[in-house]
Every structure is written in structure tokens, then in C-alpha cells.
Design a protein around this ligand. Sequence first.
Ligand SMILES: [Zn+2]
Length: 183
Amino acid sequence: MISDHEAMAMARGEAKAGMAEGGEPVGSVIVKDGEVLGRGRNRLRQDGDPTAHAEMEAYRAAARQVGRSHAVEVVESMLHGATVFTTAMPCEMCAGAILRFKAPRVVVAEVTSYKPAGTQALMERQGLIVDVLDDQATLAMIEDHLRAYPDRREAHEHGDDRPQHFRTSRNCVAPVVATGTAC
Ligand SMILES: [Zn+2]
């Protein structure tokens, strides 16, 4: 049985491994019934793959771990109900996966280094519990990362480099993006 603290430490370990590889320091762990189903880290820079976010990698690892002897429908059902631990607030893609796999809860280490558009509100509106830990160890890790890669600091502080009309406030949800309505 893994505690929240232990799970986040594991996610942070994944993030640090990614940082050591020259990647973005984001890590994630998928936990169900107190057991770790999978863990992953952002491999965007390492693989040149924009979909290789930590949460997606953790879900993939979980699917591989449970998937060998099961039909894919069974694998998907096994991912349902798992809690997601992540060192940064999930982006739209990962929040979509989290909703699809019916996570009851997302635990986020800190929300100052990455500010995706409205995903916390989106998940909360779907009934998820989003716990933000204000984890000082993660904040220190991010600062180390930005000292090592000062050229990435502006992107971190800017938070979201998509056009303004794609951004939504914390209280807006996805349909606003489709209509382009400012809010
Ligand atoms: Zn993501």
C-alpha cells in the first residue's frame, strides 16, 4: 500500500530522471487500490514525441504491465478508477486521458511552473478531486531545472504558448475553445 507522499516521491523521481536525460522534469505515477500500476516521465524532448507526456507514459506503462494476458477492453477497465499522481498540472491531452480512464482523483505536486488552460476546472466539473500539494521538493527541482536551462524559463513563466483565443480561464471548459469565445 503506497501513501500519497510515497507516490508523489516516486513521480518526482521520474521527473528527476527525465531532467538527467535533458528532458522536461515531469513525472507521473498511476495508483489503484494502493498499488502502483505504472509510472512514466515526460519524454517529449528525448523522443521528439509531443504526445510523450508523463501521464500518458504512466498510463502506457500501466497498460503494458496489466495487458499481457488480457483483452484490451479488460486492460482499459483495469485502468478505470486509478488515481493519477503528477508533478505538474495535466495538460488538455492528459486531462482527457484522465477523464477517459475515470480517475476519481488527481494529485498534483505544484501549479506554479506550468499553467495549462483550465484543465483543473475541467476535471473538477467532471467530479474529479484535484489535490494540489504545493510540494516544496518539486518546486526546488523545477528551479534547478530552470537554472540548468535558462532558455526554458520564459516558456515556463509564460505557461501556455498557444494563441490567446485558445486559452481559457480557470472557470471555462472545453466548448469555449471550440467556439473561440473569450471568457
Ligand atoms: Zn500532458
